[in-house]
Design a protein around this ligand. Structure first.
Ligand code: SF4
Ligand code: MSK
Length: 627
Protein backbone atom coordinates (compact mmCIF):
# COMPACT_ATOMS: atom_id res chain seq x y z
CA UNK A 1 0.00 0.00 0.00
CA UNK A 2 1.35 3.40 -0.98
CA UNK A 3 1.99 5.72 1.94
CA UNK A 4 1.10 9.34 1.19
CA UNK A 5 3.45 12.17 2.11
CA UNK A 6 0.94 13.36 4.68
CA UNK A 7 0.87 9.91 6.30
CA UNK A 8 4.64 9.75 6.26
CA UNK A 9 4.82 13.17 7.91
CA UNK A 10 2.34 12.06 10.57
CA UNK A 11 4.43 8.98 11.23
CA UNK A 12 7.50 11.12 11.76
CA UNK A 13 6.11 13.79 14.08
CA UNK A 14 3.14 14.63 16.24
CA UNK A 15 3.86 18.35 15.87
CA UNK A 16 1.11 19.58 13.55
CA UNK A 17 3.26 22.37 12.11
CA UNK A 18 6.24 20.05 11.63
CA UNK A 19 3.99 17.63 9.72
CA UNK A 20 3.08 20.36 7.22
CA UNK A 21 6.73 21.19 6.59
CA UNK A 22 7.92 17.56 6.54
CA UNK A 23 5.38 16.95 3.76
CA UNK A 24 6.71 20.02 1.92
CA UNK A 25 10.28 18.75 2.25
CA UNK A 26 9.26 15.33 0.94
CA UNK A 27 7.52 16.93 -2.02
CA UNK A 28 10.53 19.09 -2.79
CA UNK A 29 12.94 16.18 -2.37
CA UNK A 30 14.93 17.79 0.45
CA UNK A 31 16.82 15.28 2.54
CA UNK A 32 16.42 15.51 6.32
CA UNK A 33 17.46 13.50 9.38
CA UNK A 34 14.65 11.00 8.77
CA UNK A 35 15.95 10.10 5.29
CA UNK A 36 19.51 9.95 6.56
CA UNK A 37 18.47 7.64 9.41
CA UNK A 38 16.78 5.37 6.89
CA UNK A 39 19.90 5.38 4.72
CA UNK A 40 21.95 4.31 7.76
CA UNK A 41 19.91 1.13 8.27
CA UNK A 42 20.87 -1.34 9.50
CA UNK A 43 22.93 0.54 12.06
CA UNK A 44 25.98 -1.32 13.34
CA UNK A 45 25.01 -3.93 15.94
CA UNK A 46 28.41 -3.83 17.62
CA UNK A 47 28.16 -0.06 17.95
CA UNK A 48 24.63 -0.26 19.32
CA UNK A 49 25.78 -2.63 22.05
CA UNK A 50 28.82 -0.48 22.84
CA UNK A 51 31.13 -3.31 21.79
CA UNK A 52 33.24 -1.50 19.21
CA UNK A 53 36.48 0.07 20.43
CA UNK A 54 38.40 2.59 18.35
CA UNK A 55 40.55 3.89 21.17
CA UNK A 56 43.89 2.98 19.64
CA UNK A 57 45.54 2.12 16.40
CA UNK A 58 45.82 -1.59 17.11
CA UNK A 59 42.05 -1.57 16.58
CA UNK A 60 39.32 -1.02 15.77
CA UNK A 61 38.33 -4.04 17.81
CA UNK A 62 34.88 -5.49 18.25
CA UNK A 63 33.55 -8.08 20.59
CA UNK A 64 31.10 -10.65 19.30
CA UNK A 65 28.38 -10.85 21.95
CA UNK A 66 27.48 -14.34 20.72
CA UNK A 67 31.08 -15.59 20.57
CA UNK A 68 31.68 -18.87 22.39
CA UNK A 69 34.82 -17.84 24.23
CA UNK A 70 34.71 -14.49 26.03
CA UNK A 71 36.38 -12.30 23.44
CA UNK A 72 38.92 -9.55 23.88
CA UNK A 73 40.35 -6.65 21.91
CA UNK A 74 43.93 -6.80 20.65
CA UNK A 75 45.14 -5.29 23.93
CA UNK A 76 43.03 -7.72 25.93
CA UNK A 77 40.23 -5.31 26.84
CA UNK A 78 37.02 -7.15 27.70
CA UNK A 79 33.45 -6.28 26.75
CA UNK A 80 32.95 -4.75 30.21
CA UNK A 81 35.95 -2.46 29.85
CA UNK A 82 35.09 -1.43 26.31
CA UNK A 83 31.44 -0.70 27.08
CA UNK A 84 32.29 1.27 30.23
CA UNK A 85 35.01 3.25 28.47
CA UNK A 86 32.75 4.11 25.54
CA UNK A 87 30.03 5.31 27.88
CA UNK A 88 32.23 7.55 30.02
CA UNK A 89 33.88 8.96 26.92
CA UNK A 90 30.41 10.07 25.81
CA UNK A 91 29.70 11.42 29.26
CA UNK A 92 32.94 13.40 29.38
CA UNK A 93 32.22 14.95 26.00
CA UNK A 94 28.81 16.04 27.23
CA UNK A 95 30.23 17.42 30.47
CA UNK A 96 32.90 19.25 28.48
CA UNK A 97 30.30 20.79 26.17
CA UNK A 98 28.23 22.16 29.06
CA UNK A 99 31.24 23.29 31.03
CA UNK A 100 33.03 24.97 28.17
CA UNK A 101 29.81 26.88 27.46
CA UNK A 102 29.81 27.93 31.12
CA UNK A 103 33.41 29.07 30.93
CA UNK A 104 32.63 31.29 27.94
CA UNK A 105 29.77 33.02 29.73
CA UNK A 106 32.01 33.58 32.75
CA UNK A 107 34.71 35.02 30.52
CA UNK A 108 32.21 37.45 29.06
CA UNK A 109 31.13 38.38 32.59
CA UNK A 110 34.76 38.95 33.56
CA UNK A 111 35.55 41.01 30.47
CA UNK A 112 32.33 43.00 30.90
CA UNK A 113 33.33 43.82 34.47
CA UNK A 114 36.67 45.01 33.12
CA UNK A 115 34.84 47.22 30.59
CA UNK A 116 36.28 45.33 27.64
CA UNK A 117 33.11 44.09 25.93
CA UNK A 118 30.51 45.79 23.79
CA UNK A 119 26.80 45.68 24.54
CA UNK A 120 26.84 43.69 27.80
CA UNK A 121 25.98 44.83 31.28
CA UNK A 122 25.45 43.38 34.72
CA UNK A 123 21.71 42.89 34.83
CA UNK A 124 20.94 40.93 37.99
CA UNK A 125 22.83 42.73 40.74
CA UNK A 126 20.99 40.82 43.46
CA UNK A 127 22.19 37.50 42.06
CA UNK A 128 25.69 38.90 41.71
CA UNK A 129 25.69 39.83 45.40
CA UNK A 130 24.20 36.53 46.52
CA UNK A 131 26.79 34.57 44.58
CA UNK A 132 29.56 36.78 45.93
CA UNK A 133 28.43 35.88 49.45
CA UNK A 134 28.34 32.21 48.50
CA UNK A 135 31.90 32.47 47.19
CA UNK A 136 33.02 34.47 50.18
CA UNK A 137 33.80 37.56 48.11
CA UNK A 138 33.12 40.69 50.12
CA UNK A 139 31.06 43.35 48.37
CA UNK A 140 32.06 46.08 50.79
CA UNK A 141 33.01 49.33 49.05
CA UNK A 142 33.02 47.60 45.69
CA UNK A 143 31.26 48.68 42.53
CA UNK A 144 29.12 46.03 40.84
CA UNK A 145 31.83 45.76 38.20
CA UNK A 146 34.63 45.25 40.70
CA UNK A 147 32.56 42.63 42.48
CA UNK A 148 31.71 40.86 39.22
CA UNK A 149 35.36 40.84 38.21
CA UNK A 150 36.46 39.22 41.44
CA UNK A 151 33.60 36.76 41.47
CA UNK A 152 34.00 35.73 37.82
CA UNK A 153 37.69 35.11 38.37
CA UNK A 154 37.00 33.07 41.47
CA UNK A 155 34.46 30.90 39.64
CA UNK A 156 36.73 30.57 36.60
CA UNK A 157 39.48 29.30 38.87
CA UNK A 158 37.22 26.40 39.82
CA UNK A 159 37.71 24.95 36.36
CA UNK A 160 41.21 23.95 37.38
CA UNK A 161 41.19 24.61 41.09
CA UNK A 162 43.57 22.90 43.48
CA UNK A 163 41.25 23.35 46.45
CA UNK A 164 39.69 20.01 45.50
CA UNK A 165 36.03 20.81 45.81
CA UNK A 166 33.54 22.89 43.91
CA UNK A 167 31.70 25.65 45.70
CA UNK A 168 28.26 24.81 44.31
CA UNK A 169 28.52 21.27 45.67
CA UNK A 170 27.72 22.86 49.01
CA UNK A 171 24.24 23.57 47.68
CA UNK A 172 23.52 19.85 47.97
CA UNK A 173 22.19 18.47 51.26
CA UNK A 174 24.98 17.59 53.68
CA UNK A 175 24.06 13.91 53.64
CA UNK A 176 24.62 13.84 49.90
CA UNK A 177 27.94 15.62 50.14
CA UNK A 178 29.09 13.18 52.80
CA UNK A 179 28.05 10.28 50.60
CA UNK A 180 29.95 11.67 47.60
CA UNK A 181 33.01 12.09 49.75
CA UNK A 182 32.77 8.62 51.25
CA UNK A 183 32.56 6.89 47.87
CA UNK A 184 35.19 9.15 46.31
CA UNK A 185 33.05 11.00 43.78
CA UNK A 186 33.06 14.51 45.25
CA UNK A 187 34.02 16.52 42.18
CA UNK A 188 37.32 18.36 42.61
CA UNK A 189 37.19 20.75 39.68
CA UNK A 190 35.49 20.94 36.33
CA UNK A 191 38.40 20.39 33.98
CA UNK A 192 40.17 17.89 36.19
CA UNK A 193 37.39 15.31 36.16
CA UNK A 194 36.91 15.56 32.41
CA UNK A 195 40.63 15.32 31.72
CA UNK A 196 40.96 12.40 34.10
CA UNK A 197 38.16 10.59 32.27
CA UNK A 198 40.02 11.06 29.00
CA UNK A 199 43.17 9.75 30.69
CA UNK A 200 41.43 6.72 32.11
CA UNK A 201 39.98 5.61 28.77
CA UNK A 202 43.39 5.59 27.07
CA UNK A 203 44.65 2.10 26.26
CA UNK A 204 46.25 0.55 29.28
CA UNK A 205 44.88 2.83 31.96
CA UNK A 206 41.62 2.01 33.77
CA UNK A 207 40.39 -1.50 32.93
CA UNK A 208 37.96 -1.94 35.80
CA UNK A 209 34.45 -1.12 34.65
CA UNK A 210 33.31 -0.24 38.17
CA UNK A 211 36.21 2.12 38.66
CA UNK A 212 35.66 3.68 35.22
CA UNK A 213 31.95 4.23 35.79
CA UNK A 214 32.46 5.55 39.30
CA UNK A 215 34.73 8.22 37.93
CA UNK A 216 32.08 8.87 35.26
CA UNK A 217 29.68 9.84 38.04
CA UNK A 218 32.27 12.21 39.48
CA UNK A 219 32.74 13.79 36.07
CA UNK A 220 29.00 14.19 35.66
CA UNK A 221 28.77 15.87 39.07
CA UNK A 222 31.44 18.34 38.00
CA UNK A 223 29.07 19.26 35.17
CA UNK A 224 25.76 19.44 37.05
CA UNK A 225 27.08 21.08 40.22
CA UNK A 226 29.91 22.76 38.32
CA UNK A 227 30.09 23.83 34.69
CA UNK A 228 26.35 23.80 33.97
CA UNK A 229 25.47 25.56 37.20
CA UNK A 230 28.13 28.15 36.49
CA UNK A 231 26.69 28.70 33.00
CA UNK A 232 23.22 29.23 34.44
CA UNK A 233 24.30 31.60 37.20
CA UNK A 234 26.65 33.69 35.07
CA UNK A 235 24.01 33.99 32.33
CA UNK A 236 21.49 35.18 34.92
CA UNK A 237 23.89 37.86 36.18
CA UNK A 238 24.57 39.10 32.66
CA UNK A 239 21.14 38.80 31.10
CA UNK A 240 18.72 38.58 34.01
CA UNK A 241 17.20 35.75 36.02
CA UNK A 242 14.14 34.40 34.18
CA UNK A 243 10.65 35.39 35.20
CA UNK A 244 7.41 33.96 33.78
CA UNK A 245 6.69 35.18 30.25
CA UNK A 246 3.94 34.45 27.77
CA UNK A 247 5.17 33.66 24.28
CA UNK A 248 4.52 31.44 21.27
CA UNK A 249 6.06 28.29 19.85
CA UNK A 250 6.20 26.03 16.74
CA UNK A 251 7.04 26.68 13.11
CA UNK A 252 4.10 29.05 12.78
CA UNK A 253 6.06 31.71 14.68
CA UNK A 254 7.90 32.45 11.43
CA UNK A 255 6.32 35.39 9.60
CA UNK A 256 5.67 35.68 5.89
CA UNK A 257 6.17 39.45 5.63
CA UNK A 258 9.21 39.71 7.91
CA UNK A 259 12.92 39.05 7.75
CA UNK A 260 13.09 35.80 9.73
CA UNK A 261 16.25 35.11 11.71
CA UNK A 262 16.47 31.78 13.51
CA UNK A 263 18.87 31.65 16.46
CA UNK A 264 20.09 28.11 17.06
CA UNK A 265 22.52 26.43 19.42
CA UNK A 266 23.11 26.97 23.13
CA UNK A 267 25.07 29.95 24.32
CA UNK A 268 23.14 33.19 24.84
CA UNK A 269 26.17 35.50 24.63
CA UNK A 270 25.83 36.19 20.91
CA UNK A 271 22.09 35.74 20.50
CA UNK A 272 21.33 38.27 23.26
CA UNK A 273 23.25 40.83 21.19
CA UNK A 274 21.38 39.84 18.02
CA UNK A 275 18.14 40.52 19.89
CA UNK A 276 19.40 44.01 20.70
CA UNK A 277 20.71 44.65 17.18
CA UNK A 278 17.46 43.51 15.56
CA UNK A 279 15.44 45.96 17.63
CA UNK A 280 17.49 48.99 16.57
CA UNK A 281 15.69 51.50 14.37
CA UNK A 282 18.37 51.39 11.76
CA UNK A 283 17.96 47.63 11.31
CA UNK A 284 14.18 47.89 11.14
CA UNK A 285 14.41 50.67 8.53
CA UNK A 286 16.83 48.56 6.48
CA UNK A 287 14.42 45.61 6.66
CA UNK A 288 11.60 47.85 5.46
CA UNK A 289 13.74 49.20 2.65
CA UNK A 290 14.32 45.59 1.59
CA UNK A 291 10.56 45.13 1.31
CA UNK A 292 9.84 43.42 4.64
CA UNK A 293 7.55 44.58 7.43
CA UNK A 294 10.35 44.27 9.99
CA UNK A 295 12.55 41.66 11.63
CA UNK A 296 11.24 38.53 13.30
CA UNK A 297 13.48 36.55 15.61
CA UNK A 298 12.76 32.93 16.41
CA UNK A 299 14.71 30.60 18.66
CA UNK A 300 15.66 26.99 18.03
CA UNK A 301 16.74 24.40 20.61
CA UNK A 302 18.50 25.81 23.67
CA UNK A 303 19.65 29.17 22.31
CA UNK A 304 15.92 29.53 21.80
CA UNK A 305 15.24 28.44 25.37
CA UNK A 306 17.72 30.98 26.74
CA UNK A 307 16.07 33.83 24.81
CA UNK A 308 12.57 32.63 25.61
CA UNK A 309 13.30 32.42 29.33
CA UNK A 310 14.63 35.96 29.61
CA UNK A 311 13.11 37.86 26.69
CA UNK A 312 9.99 35.94 25.72
CA UNK A 313 11.34 35.47 22.17
CA UNK A 314 9.19 32.87 20.34
CA UNK A 315 10.68 29.47 19.51
CA UNK A 316 10.30 27.86 16.08
CA UNK A 317 11.02 24.37 17.33
CA UNK A 318 13.21 21.78 18.95
CA UNK A 319 16.06 19.69 17.60
CA UNK A 320 14.21 17.94 14.77
CA UNK A 321 12.72 21.24 13.59
CA UNK A 322 16.05 22.80 12.63
CA UNK A 323 15.95 21.59 9.03
CA UNK A 324 12.19 22.12 8.84
CA UNK A 325 12.50 25.82 9.68
CA UNK A 326 14.64 26.27 6.58
CA UNK A 327 12.28 24.14 4.46
CA UNK A 328 9.48 26.65 5.13
CA UNK A 329 11.39 28.79 2.60
CA UNK A 330 10.91 31.80 4.85
CA UNK A 331 14.16 31.91 6.83
CA UNK A 332 16.67 34.54 5.75
CA UNK A 333 19.38 33.48 8.18
CA UNK A 334 19.98 30.66 10.61
CA UNK A 335 22.53 31.94 13.09
CA UNK A 336 24.30 29.13 14.90
CA UNK A 337 26.64 29.05 17.87
CA UNK A 338 27.30 25.47 18.97
CA UNK A 339 25.93 22.08 20.01
CA UNK A 340 23.04 20.16 18.47
CA UNK A 341 23.37 21.89 15.10
CA UNK A 342 23.14 19.41 12.23
CA UNK A 343 25.95 20.01 9.73
CA UNK A 344 23.19 19.21 7.23
CA UNK A 345 21.49 22.57 7.82
CA UNK A 346 23.99 23.95 5.31
CA UNK A 347 22.85 21.44 2.66
CA UNK A 348 19.19 22.17 3.36
CA UNK A 349 19.88 25.91 3.22
CA UNK A 350 21.44 25.39 -0.22
CA UNK A 351 18.02 24.30 -1.46
CA UNK A 352 16.58 27.70 -0.45
CA UNK A 353 17.80 31.27 -0.07
CA UNK A 354 18.74 30.82 3.62
CA UNK A 355 22.22 31.72 4.79
CA UNK A 356 23.59 29.66 7.65
CA UNK A 357 25.83 31.96 9.68
CA UNK A 358 28.32 30.25 11.96
CA UNK A 359 29.66 32.46 14.73
CA UNK A 360 31.89 30.43 17.05
CA UNK A 361 35.59 29.96 16.37
CA UNK A 362 35.25 26.43 17.74
CA UNK A 363 32.24 25.48 15.61
CA UNK A 364 32.78 25.97 11.89
CA UNK A 365 30.36 24.47 9.38
CA UNK A 366 31.75 23.89 5.88
CA UNK A 367 29.59 25.80 3.42
CA UNK A 368 28.25 28.23 6.04
CA UNK A 369 29.05 31.94 6.10
CA UNK A 370 31.38 32.42 9.05
CA UNK A 371 30.97 35.70 10.92
CA UNK A 372 33.05 35.22 13.99
CA UNK A 373 31.72 36.62 17.18
CA UNK A 374 34.02 38.46 19.58
CA UNK A 375 32.66 39.80 22.89
CA UNK A 376 34.71 42.99 22.53
CA UNK A 377 32.85 43.79 19.29
CA UNK A 378 29.66 41.92 20.08
CA UNK A 379 27.20 44.60 19.00
CA UNK A 380 29.08 45.30 15.76
CA UNK A 381 29.15 41.55 15.07
CA UNK A 382 25.45 41.25 15.82
CA UNK A 383 24.58 44.23 13.60
CA UNK A 384 26.55 42.72 10.73
CA UNK A 385 24.70 39.42 11.16
CA UNK A 386 21.32 41.14 11.14
CA UNK A 387 22.34 43.16 8.05
CA UNK A 388 23.34 39.93 6.28
CA UNK A 389 19.93 38.44 7.00
CA UNK A 390 18.16 41.55 5.70
CA UNK A 391 20.20 41.43 2.50
CA UNK A 392 18.77 37.99 1.88
CA UNK A 393 15.10 38.95 2.09
CA UNK A 394 14.70 40.02 -1.56
CA UNK A 395 16.15 36.64 -2.62
CA UNK A 396 13.27 34.74 -1.02
CA UNK A 397 11.22 32.72 -3.54
CA UNK A 398 7.69 33.58 -2.49
CA UNK A 399 6.27 30.65 -4.43
CA UNK A 400 8.16 28.24 -2.22
CA UNK A 401 7.16 29.74 1.11
CA UNK A 402 4.94 27.60 3.33
CA UNK A 403 4.55 28.66 6.94
CA UNK A 404 2.02 26.55 8.85
CA UNK A 405 -0.80 28.33 10.70
CA UNK A 406 -1.38 28.62 14.39
CA UNK A 407 1.50 29.26 16.76
CA UNK A 408 0.88 27.64 20.15
CA UNK A 409 0.81 29.85 23.21
CA UNK A 410 2.99 29.01 26.18
CA UNK A 411 4.29 30.36 29.42
CA UNK A 412 7.95 29.92 30.36
CA UNK A 413 10.58 31.47 32.61
CA UNK A 414 10.33 29.34 35.74
CA UNK A 415 13.72 29.83 37.31
CA UNK A 416 13.96 28.64 40.90
CA UNK A 417 13.72 32.28 41.96
CA UNK A 418 10.53 32.76 39.92
CA UNK A 419 9.05 29.59 41.39
CA UNK A 420 9.85 30.72 44.91
CA UNK A 421 8.26 34.08 44.15
CA UNK A 422 5.11 32.32 42.97
CA UNK A 423 5.14 30.21 46.15
CA UNK A 424 5.51 33.20 48.45
CA UNK A 425 9.27 32.99 49.06
CA UNK A 426 9.83 29.40 50.24
CA UNK A 427 9.37 25.86 49.00
CA UNK A 428 7.08 25.12 51.93
CA UNK A 429 3.81 25.44 49.98
CA UNK A 430 5.17 22.94 47.45
CA UNK A 431 6.16 20.59 50.25
CA UNK A 432 2.74 20.95 51.84
CA UNK A 433 1.10 20.17 48.49
CA UNK A 434 3.30 17.08 48.19
CA UNK A 435 2.56 15.99 51.75
CA UNK A 436 -1.19 16.42 51.25
CA UNK A 437 -0.91 14.41 48.00
CA UNK A 438 -2.33 17.26 45.92
CA UNK A 439 0.98 16.88 44.15
CA UNK A 440 2.03 13.22 44.09
CA UNK A 441 5.62 13.97 43.16
CA UNK A 442 7.82 15.84 40.74
CA UNK A 443 9.21 14.61 37.41
CA UNK A 444 12.04 16.40 35.63
CA UNK A 445 11.53 15.74 31.92
CA UNK A 446 14.52 16.84 29.89
CA UNK A 447 16.48 16.19 26.75
CA UNK A 448 16.36 16.01 23.06
CA UNK A 449 14.60 14.68 20.02
CA UNK A 450 15.81 11.63 18.17
CA UNK A 451 14.55 10.56 14.73
CA UNK A 452 14.42 6.99 16.07
CA UNK A 453 11.35 8.10 18.03
CA UNK A 454 8.27 9.77 16.54
CA UNK A 455 9.14 13.44 17.05
CA UNK A 456 7.81 14.73 20.41
CA UNK A 457 5.51 11.75 20.96
CA UNK A 458 7.37 10.19 23.88
CA UNK A 459 7.75 13.56 25.61
CA UNK A 460 4.12 14.50 25.28
CA UNK A 461 2.66 11.08 26.12
CA UNK A 462 4.76 10.77 29.26
CA UNK A 463 3.97 14.30 30.39
CA UNK A 464 0.23 13.98 29.77
CA UNK A 465 0.05 10.78 31.78
CA UNK A 466 2.14 12.21 34.60
CA UNK A 467 0.14 15.38 35.04
CA UNK A 468 -3.12 13.43 34.82
CA UNK A 469 -1.79 11.51 37.82
CA UNK A 470 -0.94 14.65 39.78
CA UNK A 471 2.79 14.58 39.07
CA UNK A 472 4.13 18.09 38.62
CA UNK A 473 6.43 18.24 35.60
CA UNK A 474 9.44 20.55 35.49
CA UNK A 475 11.94 20.42 32.69
CA UNK A 476 14.40 21.89 30.27
CA UNK A 477 15.64 21.65 26.71
CA UNK A 478 13.84 20.24 23.72
CA UNK A 479 11.47 18.27 25.95
CA UNK A 480 9.93 21.53 27.12
CA UNK A 481 9.62 22.83 23.58
CA UNK A 482 7.68 19.64 22.79
CA UNK A 483 5.39 20.32 25.76
CA UNK A 484 4.86 23.91 24.67
CA UNK A 485 3.92 22.89 21.14
CA UNK A 486 1.46 20.36 22.55
CA UNK A 487 -0.29 23.03 24.61
CA UNK A 488 0.85 21.75 28.02
CA UNK A 489 2.42 25.03 29.07
CA UNK A 490 -0.49 27.36 29.42
CA UNK A 491 -2.34 27.75 32.71
CA UNK A 492 -5.44 26.27 31.01
CA UNK A 493 -3.52 23.00 30.57
CA UNK A 494 -4.26 22.47 34.26
CA UNK A 495 -7.55 21.04 32.95
CA UNK A 496 -5.55 18.02 31.82
CA UNK A 497 -4.11 17.51 35.29
CA UNK A 498 -5.49 15.38 38.08
CA UNK A 499 -7.67 17.08 40.69
CA UNK A 500 -4.90 17.92 43.14
CA UNK A 501 -2.35 19.27 40.68
CA UNK A 502 -5.10 21.15 38.85
CA UNK A 503 -6.12 22.94 42.03
CA UNK A 504 -2.52 23.92 42.82
CA UNK A 505 -1.89 25.18 39.27
CA UNK A 506 -5.15 27.10 39.22
CA UNK A 507 -4.46 28.77 42.53
CA UNK A 508 -1.01 29.87 41.35
CA UNK A 509 -2.03 30.59 37.74
CA UNK A 510 0.74 28.34 36.38
CA UNK A 511 0.77 25.43 33.92
CA UNK A 512 1.25 21.84 35.11
CA UNK A 513 4.49 21.65 33.10
CA UNK A 514 7.04 24.27 34.14
CA UNK A 515 9.78 25.32 31.73
CA UNK A 516 13.02 25.85 33.65
CA UNK A 517 15.28 26.62 30.71
CA UNK A 518 18.00 25.22 28.49
CA UNK A 519 20.13 22.08 28.92
CA UNK A 520 22.59 23.77 31.29
CA UNK A 521 19.57 24.87 33.33
CA UNK A 522 19.07 21.29 34.46
CA UNK A 523 21.21 22.75 37.23
CA UNK A 524 18.12 24.76 38.25
CA UNK A 525 16.31 21.46 38.79
CA UNK A 526 19.18 20.26 41.00
CA UNK A 527 18.90 23.44 43.08
CA UNK A 528 15.14 22.98 43.42
CA UNK A 529 15.43 19.33 44.44
CA UNK A 530 18.20 20.18 46.91
CA UNK A 531 16.03 22.92 48.43
CA UNK A 532 13.14 20.45 48.87
CA UNK A 533 15.43 17.89 50.50
CA UNK A 534 17.06 20.41 52.83
CA UNK A 535 13.72 21.84 53.92
CA UNK A 536 12.42 18.36 54.67
CA UNK A 537 15.66 17.36 56.34
CA UNK A 538 16.18 14.35 54.06
CA UNK A 539 18.52 13.36 51.25
CA UNK A 540 17.66 13.99 47.61
CA UNK A 541 17.27 10.24 47.08
CA UNK A 542 14.43 10.18 49.61
CA UNK A 543 12.22 12.55 47.64
CA UNK A 544 9.36 11.54 45.32
CA UNK A 545 11.30 12.99 42.41
CA UNK A 546 12.25 11.20 39.16
CA UNK A 547 14.08 12.37 36.04
CA UNK A 548 13.38 11.31 32.47
CA UNK A 549 14.94 11.80 29.05
CA UNK A 550 12.35 10.24 26.74
CA UNK A 551 13.90 11.09 23.34
CA UNK A 552 17.55 11.71 24.19
CA UNK A 553 20.31 11.63 21.60
CA UNK A 554 23.14 13.76 22.97
CA UNK A 555 26.35 13.07 24.87
CA UNK A 556 25.26 15.94 27.12
CA UNK A 557 22.19 13.89 28.04
CA UNK A 558 24.50 11.09 29.23
CA UNK A 559 26.14 13.55 31.57
CA UNK A 560 22.83 15.05 32.72
CA UNK A 561 21.28 11.64 33.42
CA UNK A 562 24.40 10.60 35.31
CA UNK A 563 24.55 13.67 37.54
CA UNK A 564 20.90 13.22 38.43
CA UNK A 565 21.47 9.58 39.35
CA UNK A 566 24.61 10.49 41.29
CA UNK A 567 22.52 13.12 43.08
CA UNK A 568 20.03 10.44 44.12
CA UNK A 569 17.34 11.03 41.48
CA UNK A 570 16.27 7.89 39.54
CA UNK A 571 16.38 8.49 35.78
CA UNK A 572 14.24 7.03 33.02
CA UNK A 573 15.68 6.76 29.51
CA UNK A 574 13.33 6.35 26.56
CA UNK A 575 16.11 4.91 24.41
CA UNK A 576 18.75 2.50 25.70
CA UNK A 577 22.30 3.77 25.98
CA UNK A 578 24.96 1.74 24.16
CA UNK A 579 25.76 -0.52 27.11
CA UNK A 580 23.81 -3.68 26.43
CA UNK A 581 26.96 -5.50 25.24
CA UNK A 582 28.02 -5.81 28.87
CA UNK A 583 25.74 -7.48 31.40
CA UNK A 584 27.98 -6.27 34.18
CA UNK A 585 27.75 -2.60 33.14
CA UNK A 586 24.01 -2.85 32.48
CA UNK A 587 23.38 -4.46 35.86
CA UNK A 588 25.48 -1.89 37.67
CA UNK A 589 23.71 1.07 36.08
CA UNK A 590 20.19 -0.32 36.36
CA UNK A 591 20.48 -2.05 39.76
CA UNK A 592 23.83 -1.86 41.48
CA UNK A 593 23.94 1.93 41.78
CA UNK A 594 20.93 1.82 44.10
CA UNK A 595 23.14 0.70 46.97
CA UNK A 596 25.83 3.19 46.07
CA UNK A 597 24.04 6.48 45.34
CA UNK A 598 20.40 5.59 46.08
CA UNK A 599 19.23 5.79 42.46
CA UNK A 600 19.57 3.96 39.14
CA UNK A 601 18.75 4.35 35.47
CA UNK A 602 15.86 2.46 33.93
CA UNK A 603 15.02 2.10 30.28
CA UNK A 604 11.44 1.99 29.02
CA UNK A 605 10.64 2.68 25.40
CA UNK A 606 6.85 2.76 25.81
CA UNK A 607 5.97 6.23 27.15
CA UNK A 608 2.81 5.14 28.94
CA UNK A 609 4.61 2.30 30.72
CA UNK A 610 7.47 4.71 31.46
CA UNK A 611 5.08 7.19 33.08
CA UNK A 612 3.57 4.36 35.15
CA UNK A 613 7.02 3.28 36.31
CA UNK A 614 7.86 6.87 37.24
CA UNK A 615 4.62 7.06 39.24
CA UNK A 616 5.40 3.74 40.94
CA UNK A 617 8.81 5.04 42.05
CA UNK A 618 7.20 8.24 43.32
CA UNK A 619 4.68 6.20 45.32
CA UNK A 620 7.43 4.04 46.81
CA UNK A 621 9.35 7.12 47.90
CA UNK A 622 6.22 8.62 49.43
CA UNK A 623 5.62 5.44 51.36
CA UNK A 624 9.17 5.38 52.66
CA UNK A 625 8.80 9.00 53.77
CA UNK A 626 5.52 8.13 55.44
CA UNK A 627 3.47 10.63 53.42
FE1 SF4 B 1 41.45 -2.64 20.47
FE2 SF4 B 1 42.36 -2.30 22.98
FE3 SF4 B 1 43.01 -0.54 21.08
FE4 SF4 B 1 40.48 -0.68 21.96
S1 SF4 B 1 42.27 -0.06 23.14
S2 SF4 B 1 41.13 -0.49 19.84
S3 SF4 B 1 40.28 -2.87 22.40
S4 SF4 B 1 43.57 -2.69 21.13
S1 MSK C 1 19.21 21.47 22.52
S2 MSK C 1 21.14 18.63 24.03
S3 MSK C 1 18.82 18.42 21.56
S4 MSK C 1 17.72 19.08 24.67
FE1 MSK C 1 19.90 21.72 24.34
FE2 MSK C 1 17.80 19.89 22.67
FE3 MSK C 1 19.18 17.87 23.65
FE4 MSK C 1 20.39 19.68 22.23
Amino acid sequence: MKVTMKEMAQKRSIDRTAQVVIAKGLKEGVETAWERLEAQQPQCGYGQLGLCCTNCNMGPCRIDPFGEEPQKGVCGATADTIVARNLVRMLATGAAAHSDHGREVLEVLYETAKGRTQGYQITDVEKLKNLATEYDVSDQDKSDEALAEELALKILEEYGTVKNNLQFVQRAPEKRQTLWKSIGILPRSVDREIVETMHRVHMGVDQDYINILTHGLRTALSDGWGGSMMATEASDILFGTPKPFASTVNLAVLKEDMVNIVLHGHNPVLSEMVVKAASEDDAIQKAKAAGAGGINLAGMCCTGNELLMRRGIPIAGNMLCQELAIITGAVEAMVVDYQCIFPAVVDVANCYHTTVISTAAKARFPGATHMEFQPENAMDNARAIVAKAIENFPKRDRNRVCIPDGPAKWMAGFSVEALLDALGGTVNPLIEAIKSKQIRGVAGIVGCNNPRVQHDSAHVNIMERLIANNVLVVGTGCAMIAAGKAGLMVPEAAEKAGDGLRAVCQSLGVPPVLHMGSCVDCSRILVLVAALAKTLGVDMSDLPVVGSAPEWYSEKAVSIGSYFVASGVPVHLGLPPRILGSNAVTTLLTQGLQDVVGATFFVEIDPVKAADKIIAIIDEKRKALGI
